[in-house]
Structure formats: structure tokens, C-alpha cells
Design a protein around this ligand. Structure first.
Ligand SMILES: Cc1cc2nc3c(=O)[nH]c(=O)nc-3n(C[C@H](O)[C@H](O)[C@H](O)COP(=O)(O)O)c2cc1C
Length: 309
């Protein structure tokens, strides 16, 4: 693993991501530093001092020595970088204005909102991409969220969905696993009221598609740079887009929102309406439900699971 670069942390405006790259194209590790951790590291490096920076997880430490800086990480092998290289990169990085990195490039850039109001929930959510906070989602929270999720087709359109919740839902899509880590999918965040109405028609006239938050998940096989036949790449991108949408759907539930997954859609019509040549796999419609409902039942596990010994 070789130190590669410093990138903005896409979910917080102050921190950063330190990237190490391996030999393979998709082989890289990222360390996410909070604003405070970055500040402490910057202080040491800018003064040419040596010392250590304790990371918030209470187990990992950055040791800045004269020649080499070591990242001794919890549950991970130590990563190293020449202190001079790290100093140069961090000092350069700190010179840049701290605008959040755009997550979406087409058709319009997306910037996560900067002000985040609800500390309590945000602590839980921050733990989704980096698992660094002490308040990580406990097992019981996670299983409670997935086991109580219930789709809704009846949104309370008078209740606005907070922008930071949308940010979290989108950032969560970006944490889903993808084939070869090539992220063979794109998300279209539909804000335009007219386009939402037209999507209703493209989705077999399902009226709830005109929801407070509408996300169209599209397959992007051209991103999947693996030397496999096109049908395999198409399958990978379908799976990438589906998983990302599923992650977003669960994130919405974790945030007290409800959603409906729309698979019944006319692909060509959706592509034409949103102006893309990428095929949609699903539309995720999200909002506050008019009424919270209990989860639906499922078949018994003994009927679902087939054990092969
Ligand atoms: C692949 C897929 C396609 C779906 N398509 C639609 C759809 O077009 N319209 C709709 O109203 N619900 C659709 N749904 C939602 C399901 O009907 C719903 O998830 C299912 O009834 C289980 O309910 P639950 O999500 O509350 O557990 C779809 C769900 C999946 C996973």
C-alpha cells in the first residue's frame, strides 16, 4: 500500500480522507479524519514537529516521526507514509477552501448541505460510512431498523424532508459494495416538480412516485472496468444499482422516513424524461408517511433457507 492523496471527506465539511493505493486498481484504503483530527495533524506537520494524534475511535493513533508517519489503526495493519510527503499533501490540502466535494456530477452537481442541525441522529449516521464514532449503531438498532421497515405509498406531502437527511441517504448509497468497487451506477436526485409528475406516468401511473424525495437509480456498466463479457458487466451494474438503492432505503428508515421501491417502470420513458442514456433499475420514493405501519409478514425461514450439506 502506498500513500496516494488527500481528499475531502464527502460527509463532513472539515475533515478529510487519506487514501492509500495498492497494486490493483480497485485496491485502496481510506482513513477518514474528522475536522479536529485533521487540525491536530496539520499543527504537527506545519510546525515540523513530531508527536501523535489520537483518533476518535480511542484505539487508533497517528505517529508523526521525522522520517515516517505511521497510522496505527484499530483492526487494521499499520499504514505508513514519508512524513515529508504527507506534510506536502496536507499543507496543500489545507490551502484549498473547504467546500464539500460534489457527489453527483450529472445533470447538476450535488453538494451536501453544510449546516447539520440534529446532532444526536447525525452521530449515528456519521458512523455509517466510517464506523469511527463511539456512538456507532448498535446491533439492536440495526436489526430494529431493518425489522420494522415498512413501505409506504401514502406520503405526508405537507412535511418537508430535511436536506441533511437527503444528504445522508445519498451518502449511504455511496457506501454500498459494488463489483470491483467500480461503482457501476448513478443516482438521479429529482427535484423538479414537473419531472416528478412525468415519472408517475413512466411508472405505470403509480401516483406515489410524485413523492417528496425521488431518486432514480441507473445502471452504468461503462464504469465497470473488468474484462468480462458485456452481459456480465450489465448484471454487475444492475446489482450495483440495486444494492445502492437498498442501502438508501434502509438509511431512509433509520432516519424515520418511509419509502416505496418502484420497479414497475418503462425504462425508455424514464431515460427520456430525466435525459440520460443510462438504464434505470429502480426509483426510490421517500418521505414522511401519513401513518406509520407495522412491518409485513414474511414466509418462515425454514421455507426460505435451503441447506446444502
Ligand atoms: C424489485 C421490487 C420492485 C417493486 N416494484 C414496486 C412497484 O413498482 N410499485 C409498488 O408500489 N411497489 C413496488 N415494490 C414494493 C413492494 O411491493 C414491497 O416492498 C413489498 O410489498 C414488501 O413490503 P415492505 O417493503 O413493506 O416489506 C417493489 C419492491 C421491489 C423489491
Amino acid at each position: 500500500m502506498e500513500f496516494f492523496q488527500v481528499e475531502p471527506a464527502y460527509i463532513s465539511k472539515d475533515g478529510c480522507r487519506l487514501i492509500w493505493k495498492g497494486i490493483d486498481e480497485d485496491d485502496h484504503d481510506a482513513i477518514i479524519l474528522s475536522g479536529e483530527e485533521l487540525e491536530r495533524l496539520f499543527e504537527l506537520l506545519s510546525k515540523d514537529s513530531t508527536g501523535k494524534v489520537e483518533l476518535e475511535d480511542e484505539f487508533s493513533t497517528i505517529w508523526v516521526n521525522t522520517d515516517t508517519t505511521q497510522f496505527r489503526l484499530k483492526e487494521h495493519k499499520t499504514l505508513e507514509v514519508k512524513t515529508a510527503i504527507l506534510r506536502k499533501k496536507i499543507l496543500e490540502y489545507k490551502k484549498m477552501p473547504h467546500e464539500p466535494k460534489p457527489i453527483k456530477i450529472y445533470p447538476k452537481e450535488f453538494f451536501p448541505s453544510i449546516t447539520i442541525e440534529n446532532d444526536e441522529v447525525i452521530e449515528v449516521l456519521n458512523s455509517i460510512p466510517n464506523d469511527k464514532n463511539k456512538t456507532t449503531i448498535s446491533d439492536s438498532d440495526f436489526f430494529r431498523i431493518i425489522s420494522t421497515r415498512r413501505s409506504t405509498r401514502n406520503f405526508d406531502t405537507s412535511r418537508l424532508v430535511e436536506q441533511w437527511k437527503v444528504d445522508k441517504i445519498l451518502a449511504t448509497a455511496d457506501t454500498a459494495p459494488t463489483a470491483g468497487n467500480f461503482q457501476g451506477f448513478e443516482v438521479f436526485y429529482i427535484k423538479n416538480k414537473e419531472i416528478k409528475k412525468r415519472l408517475v406516468e413512466a411508472a405505470n401511473n403509480q401516483p406515489y412516485v410524485n413523492a417528496p424525495i425521488v431518486l432514480v437509480f441507473c445502471k452504468d456498466p461503462s464504469r465497470v472496468k473488468i474484462n468480462f463479457p458485456p452481459e456480465i458487466l450489465a448484471k454487475f451494474s444492475l446489482q450495483d444499482a440495486t444494492l445502492a438503492a437498498a442501502y438508501s432505503q434502509l438509511a431512509a428508515s433509520a432516519l424515520g422516513l418511509s419509502s416505496i421501491w418502484i420497479g414497475m417502470l418503462d425504462e425508455e420513458k424514464v431515460m427520456q424524461i430525466i435525459g440520460t442514456n443510462l438504464r434505470p433499475s429502480s426509483i426510490l420514493c421517500i418521505g414522511y408517511p401519513h401513518q406509520k405501519r407495522l412491518p409485513k409478514s414474511r414466509r418462515k425461514l425454514k421455507d426460505l433457507i435451503h441447506v446444502i450439506e
